[in-house]
Design a protein around this ligand. Structure first.
Ligand code: TMP
Ligand code: ASP
Length: 252
């Protein structure tokens, strides 16, 4: 593998990515894995090609958002399956935006699957696998003091802007952005940046021209529900997004 820097130590291994140090100040290298997990890693598999596909989708989406003024950790693609990012300290919040009811919302509340949520729902979860990423209440969020009130406003404003931009992008390629999860981090100056990834692992995407409720699924629900064709569905998302986005930027 050839990188524009010396690859350093493995700093962190998550369920879907590995984060490596580099010999450049302020640059980390992130490797997308083929591993897939669901239900807090109770279900696991390796899906050949998922890492490279998700990496490219995520790079295209972060570039798209950057052109629209969304600050993120993303610096550019390195090679298939690898991106360069700015180091951030992850804020332990999973920020979920829901445009339509699906998944846990329908399990927890009497809301019909697929119904439109207008305005979109924004749910905050405490990012902690050992605790099962619990949904936060206002009082619990205040008690944990994970973010200042100003950071909270920044995160929620950015999340809603990101939703509007991604909804429009996906609608243009006949995909319905049902919901998604994003994460934020603080850089060395304390600024809040969009971080982690945005891919069919972290979004629900439905093919708008399919009315079949299983066939239309082009995201990790194919894996969660054993529908098969997971990587093929992710490939379809990539093909569509590539069709309307410029080539992803490389980090040199
Ligand atoms: P949920 O229906 O399980 O609450 O998920 C909402 C959205 O968040 C869905 O697009 C999947 C995504 N998500 C993640 O990316 N990681 C997670 O750990 C969970 C629970 C959901
Ligand atoms: N990402 C979580 C897990 O690994 C949950 C999910 O996406 O369903 O288990």
């Amino acid at each position: 593998m050839s990188f524009p820097f010396q690859l350093g130590a493995l700093l962190h291994e998550g369920k879907a990515k590995r984060v490596h140090a580099t010999d450049r100040t302020d640059v980390l290298a992130v490797e997308f894995k083929d591993d897939a997990t669901a239900f807090n890693a109770a279900k696991k598999a390796s899906l050949a090609g998922k890492g490279v596909t998700n990496c490219r989708i995520s790079a295209l989406l972060f570039d798209h958002l950057a052109r629209r003024g969304v600050p993120s950790h993303h610096l550019g693609l390195l090679q298939p399956g690898w991106v360069a990012v700015r180091p951030v300290t992850i804020v332990p919040l999973e920020v979920v935006i829901r445009n339509r009811a699906a998944g846990s919302l329908c399990r927890q509340l009497p809301v019909a699957a697929g119904s439109l949520l207008e305005p979109p729902l924004l749910d905050l979860y405490y990012k902690d696998d050992a605790l099962g990423d619990p949904l936060l209440t206002e009082a619990r969020l205040e008690r944990l003091a994970l973010v200042t009130p100003a950071e909270r406003r920044t995160i929620e404003d950015l999340a809603r802007r990101i939703n509007a931009e991604l909804q429009a992008l996906f609608a243009g390629v006949d995909l319905d952005l049902v919901d998604f999860k994003i994460e934020f981090g603080r850089d060395s100056s304390g600024a809040i940046l969009l971080a982690d990834e945005i891919s069919p692992d972290t979004c629900r995407l439905w093919n708008r021209s399919s009315s079949d409720e299983n066939e239309r699924i082009l995201d990790k629900d194919r894996f969660r529900q054993d529908l098969g064709g997971v990587v093929e569905a992710y490939g379809e998302v990539l093909k569509r997004v590539e069709g309307v986005c410029p080539e992803p930027g490389f980090y040199r």
